[in-house]
Design a protein around this ligand. Structure first.
Ligand SMILES: CC(C)(COP(=O)(O)OP(=O)(O)OC[C@H]1O[C@@H](n2cnc3c(N)ncnc32)[C@H](O)[C@@H]1OP(=O)(O)O)[C@@H](O)C(=O)NCCC(=O)NCCS
Length: 139
């Protein structure tokens, strides 16, 4: 696995407990996340990203959504959110999916050691959903 180190640590914190993440700023990925499933990354009190996980995928955990505000991308927040979901994942496997066209998300999955686990057609036209899976390490 290719783990790059970035010189400057980023000043943000991922919530250790599920919470509401309302994000009126972008308008695109709104607030509807259920509080018991949503983990927010905050910087100076402001939500800069959030991730939602549930156990709806064949009784395994699934990342329903992971979003980092465009202004705060490429600072390690997506990685931190995913690592946090792994740490609190209550099932043996954690699945995540993204469109085949979403190269950024796929790089993140591969960097963190997720295994490609097939594709689903007929969701978004002409852009299959790629499934990734990881067995989080238990400490
Ligand atoms: C996919 C997504 C969640 C990634 O979040 P992110 O916070 O940008 O992810 P990271 O910062 O951890 O990693 C992104 C890149 O920044 C780099 N990076 C991380 N910290 C860095 C730093 N301090 N300095 C420079 N680069 C850095 C990473 O190495 C990575 O590079 P690569 O893409 O060339 O491999 C984000 O792009 C996003 O919200 N996209 C829109 C929603 C979406 O598509 N969600 C996924 C499907 S649900």
């Amino acid at each position: 696995m290719n783990r790059r180190r970035h010189a400057t640590p980023t000043p943000f914190a991922v919530s250790t407990r599920p919470c509401w993440a309302t994000w009126a700023e972008t308008g695109s990925f709104g607030s509807g996340s259920l509080p018991e499933r949503c983990y927010a990354a905050r910087q100076d009190g402001e939500v800069v990203g959030f991730a939602v996980m549930d156990q709806s995928f064949f009784r395994q955990s699934f990342v329903e959504l992971i979003v980092v505000h465009p202004r705060h991308q490429r600072k390690g927040i997506g990685e931190a959110l995913l690592l946090h979901l792994e740490a609190v994942c209550p099932t043996e496997k954690l699945f995540v999916s993204t469109n085949l066209s979403n190269k950024q998300m796929q790089r993140l999955c591969r960097r963190l050691g997720y295994m490609p686990s097939g594709m689903i057609d007929n969701l978004d036209p002409g852009d299959p959903e790629v499934i990734y899976c990881k067995k989080p390490q238990r400490s």
